[in-house]
Design a protein around this ligand. Sequence first.
Ligand code: GDP
Ligand code: GDP
Length: 455
Amino acid sequence: AAEEGFDVEDIEGAIEAAGHGPLPVLAVVGRPNVGKSTLVNRIIGRREAVVEDKPGVTRDRVTYEAEWAGRRFKLVDTGGWEQDVLGIDASVAAQAEYAIDAADAVVFVVDAKVGATDTDEAVVRLLRKAGKPVVLCANKVDGLSGEADASYLWALGLGEPHPVSALHGRGTGDMLDAVLEALPEAPAQTFGTAIGGPRRIALIGRPNVGKSSLLNKVANEDRVVVNEVAGTTRDPVDELIELGGVTWKFVDTAGIRKRVHLQQGADYYASLRTAAAVEKAEVAVILIDASETISIQDQRIVTMAVEAGRAIVLAFNKWDTLDEERRYYLEREIETELAQVSWAPRVNVSARTGRHMEKLVPAIETAIEGWEARVPTGRLNAFLGELVAAHPHPVRGGKQPRILFGTQAGTKPPRFVLFSSGFIEHGYRRFVERRLREEFSFEGTPIHISVRVRE
Ligand code: GDP
Ligand code: GDP
């Protein structure tokens, strides 16, 4: 019903806009120097994706939100990858594998001026195996004369090559139209197939925090060798592990177990793997080495999981090594450095001794519960009414903006739309979020709040 000066279309539009679920993921893959980063920049319309691609430069931003023809999607940029000690083929294959695995569709970029190389052929094999929709981008076709080069790429067997100049923008619109056709509305693999299947956990954290030790510990203690769980297809990089009587799917474990020794690009590789795992998971268990100062890298990983909107558990590992002094400083660091996830359940574990392993599952369950929780509109508005009456927004310019009513537009993570009579300040939004969390126990989940102001 029309309420307090909003008309029905306004309200419905706002709810729909706020309620969008997780976005489908598009990966851009290809050899170094074919123009992936240039293309990503072209698509997101910003310059920032391309940093100086010098060897050793840390690239930890690998996913971007993009929009074309009114549709939004996530873009995974694999352009930060440099050739490393494994040789060009292996490195391209490894990065492409992660990106393809997490993607709903792939743009495969080939340098049309060079033509298809052996490395390109290797990526084609990976693409075939993965069976994801592929759009073939024949890049560096800067003018009409280059189109003949593009047509040679039919030979790759991936369908029509789309001649593009990422540098000048030529042909990118047509290619993006093809991308939208290939891309499902919602990320099928992440949420569509999950119903009834095992919950998906991404075990993430910077190198050496103890991910593989923890995985071995939980897998050995309560090993299930389940190859076929009803309704699931087992991905070789994922592992089914029974914990607390429930089977969980730990995603991307191959990357945790496999010790790939990398020099250049190792940080980037780790970021890509983390992003891919987070995309595939419902809950992120973020492992932090409690014996060391919480670092920027830890925070970046936390931010990645928060921005992806996943349920989050913080696990502080190597607890067996902590003395009293370190415990004291750790608490201070958590307060200041991890304030953005002060709502996340926390467990203090030791992958070495097995300390508190049994607390992991309840923490994960709590986080997932919060992530999926839905507050009935009636209860939400009773709560908002009381809140606004007891703690009104500060008066600004002689007026008092007021939250009039609200609704939960979506879950996984919870998304709210609040309708107000005027601009709601950041501090007040934070206050409302804090109280919402207290009232409805949104533990372990990011929550989104958007505010719609009456015209
Ligand atoms: P990446 O390693 O695949 O991410 O490749 P980059 O985006 O860094 O591009 C590699 C080089 O190719 C850069 O010098 C770009 O300016 C150039 N490049 C990218 N796209 C085009 C294009 O459409 N036409 C031409 N002529 N050069 C391009
Ligand atoms: P990953 O890189 O995150 O997979 O970390 P690893 O599992 O390889 O662990 C890195 C190092 O930390 C190894 O030497 C482990 O033995 C050690 N380690 C892992 N967990 C613990 C723990 O709980 N306590 C102690 N003391 N050492 C640990």
